[in-house]
Design a protein around this ligand. Structure first.
Ligand SMILES: Nc1ncnc2c1ncn2[C@@H]1O[C@H](COP(=O)(O)OP(=O)(O)OP(=O)(O)O)[C@@H](O)[C@H]1O
Ligand SMILES: [Mg+2]
Length: 278
């Protein structure tokens, strides 16, 4: 469990960046952090993995303040994917890259090789390939795999799909969804509301260093005050349903107005048309 209690942070004493953040993330959740540029999302992620310590307030992991956990203890609990995979790839082969974190955690060499072999097979990697010659999407997958191989209970992902094409994006997100289904807690910063709508179960909206909304994904994506304050557009289907309901009074409160994804929208529209015919 991750908990923020009235957390304040600044990079230089003059400019507060987080201004009293409170939140709690339980094991097994899939939470997306959204909000305008500079809202404090990446700063919040750095606090979770202990790269940054609060000026005031407390960040705890399983009840222990991050300041009291050694880097190696934190690394066993939280895996971190930087926005740019090149910032975390440092070895000359894919196999070495995957072994790197396990060795740093002191995992027995035979066990480490076993785990790496499993991951290489799962991802279809070439263990001898040079990571820097891989395409952007595969490098992102490698960066993700180097966290997955550690078997940590929490993964923190700062914009995991930025710069990926549609196929790569789906590949990365489906893998993250699989990790979540297997019990991993997923905390993800994401600017793409389609991805948020498709994958996250809870959304935290940040604005100017504060949490301005926090709840089930579609409660948040349908909150007009939140959307306006954080300059967010909801996913396209939610936007369509909100607009249809706003323009056609007879749809207010109908399944068309409540549709959150394409399937729901198609069924609701067909039912509505069928109803109109009958
Ligand atoms: N290393 C740093 N040194 C000084 N100021 C920083 C540093 N990192 C971030 N900031 C400032 O802190 C504020 C919050 O930054 P942060 O990166 O957390 O925002 P963000 O919500 O992740 O934004 P984005 O969506 O652009 O990634 C911004 O005003 C930013 O300029
Ligand atoms: Mg950021």
């Amino acid at each position: 469990m991750i908990e923020f209690r009235d957390v304040h942070v600044s990079y230089d004493a003059a400019t507060p960046v987080l201004r009293g953040v409170n939140l709690r993330i339980e094991q097994g959740e899939f939470v997306a952090f959204v909000g305008t540029n500079g809202a404090g999302k990446s700063t919040t992620m750095r606090l979770i993995n202990g790269l940054l310590k609060p000026d005031a307030g407390q960040v705890t992991i399983d009840g222990v303040p991050t300041g009291e956990l050694a880097t190696s203890q934190l690394a066993r609990r939280v895996g971190f994917l930087f926005q740019n995979p090149d910032n975390q790839i440092c070895c000359s082969t894919v196999g070495e890259e995957l072994l790197f974190g396990l060795r740093a955690l002191g995992v027995d060499e035979a066990e480490a090789h076993k785990r790496v072999a499993r991951i290489v097979a799962r991802f279809g990697f070439d263990a001898n390939a040079d990571p820097f010659l891989l395409n952007r999407g595969t490098r992102q997958l490698l960066a993700l795999a180097s966290i997955v191989v550690l078997g940590v209970p929490v993964i923190v992902l700062d914009e995991p799909t930025t710069g990926l094409d549609y196929r790569e994006c789906t590949q990365v997100m489906d893998l993250i969804a699989q990790l979540h289904a297997d019990g991993t807690t997923v905390v993800m910063v994401c600017h793409d509301m389609e991805i948020v709508a498709d994958y996250a179960h809870r959304v935290v909206v940040m604005h100017e260093g504060r949490v301005i909304d926090d709840g089930p994904t579609f409660d948040v994506l349908r909150n007009p005050a939140t959307l306006a304050q954080a300059s967010l557009l909801p996913s396209q289907i939610v936007q369509l349903s909100l607009e249809l309901a706003a323009r056609h009074a007879e749809l207010a409160g109908s399944p068309v107005a409540a549709a959150n994804d394409l399937d729901q929208m198609v069924h609701a529209c067909l039912a509505q048309l069928g109803g109109a015919d009958g």
